[in-house]
Design a protein around this ligand. Sequence first.
Ligand SMILES: Nc1nc2c(c(=O)[nH]1)N[C@H]1C(S)=C(S)[C@@H](COP(=O)(O)O)O[C@H]1N2
Ligand SMILES: [Mo]
Length: 337
Amino acid sequence: MLIKMSRPSDCNESQVTPEALYLSRRRVLGGAVLAGAGALLPGLAMGAAPGAYDGVAPSAAPGWFRQKLPDTRWQAVTVQGESITPFNDATHYNNYYEFGTDKGDPARYAGSLPTEPWSVVVDGEVGKPGKYALEDFMKPYQLEERIYRLRCVEAWSMVIPWLGFPLSALLKQVEPTSKAKYIRFETLVDREHMPGQRSGFALINWPYVEGLRMDEAMNPLAILAVGMYGRELANQNGAPLRLIVPWKYGFKGVKSIVRITLVEQQPATTWQQIAPSEYGFYANVNPTVDHPRWTQARERRLPSSLFSPNVRETLMFNGYADEVASLYSGMDLRVNY
Ligand SMILES: Nc1nc2c(c(=O)[nH]1)N[C@H]1C(S)=C(S)[C@@H](COP(=O)(O)O)O[C@H]1N2
Ligand SMILES: [Mo]
């Protein structure tokens, strides 16, 4: 059930029709139809031309990236009544502690991080371990657009159009052994370009590490992203490769990945190690399990200000319960937070 439009450039955001809105609602932010459509989650067929919205500059991405772009890119401005977060907010209000703890630090300091060439090691319990140049690593996959909510554990959220490919596709490709029960991701260590890694005050024992259970990693919603807003990822958003698991708190979405390891035991992850009573391994978005220091029942949707806080109710599994709740059947989500 692909929706085909003439050409993205034929429309602009004022032409978004109620019908297009309805269709897009069924294919993106959430809902049961996704399961019906399987892993098919193409870009939306509506709205503004790629790159035409709110100061999103045309991509200066390398050729291998441009060749992989889907025809229909980030053309929705509103999905299911929820606005896509302006590009400027998504790229200037960030968490990326390698560059500092202030929300503006990543935009301020990440620009000089060299992301080309980039290579990714795949190792551990796999039949085909290796160290791959990013463009070779990407070769088998067509990029798909996924417009997802991103809910930070700090109770703010955004709606971001990512470009990426299913993590499951990569996992199948590297042939997990029968011992592969979890997957562990590691961010780059680069003290020269990452001022947060030089700071004597940093809580984090670098590299930043995250992980998933194998069945979570195989869920069709989990993607590795290389782009957003129709172009390549900004460095502050985790260029050139990051994880997106939209039903989990944002900290699971590890940035600038250099290593993917399949392992037998649940990996020790960054925030869980720092404050295990506040941040769990699962970190599923759950409005009924509060953080010890604040409620998780609500969130501030960016753009948000003192005068217009834009507060919304937080949804179970961030609105993706139909797709992911079965992964946790029989688990006590108060214990496994
Ligand atoms: N390597 C690394 N990855 C990271 C973080 C980080 O500090 N370092 N912060 C996480 C947190 S807390 C969030 S909310 C998201 C934010 O992603 P964004 O800045 O693209 O919105 O990235 C996650 N990935
Ligand atoms: Mo976060």
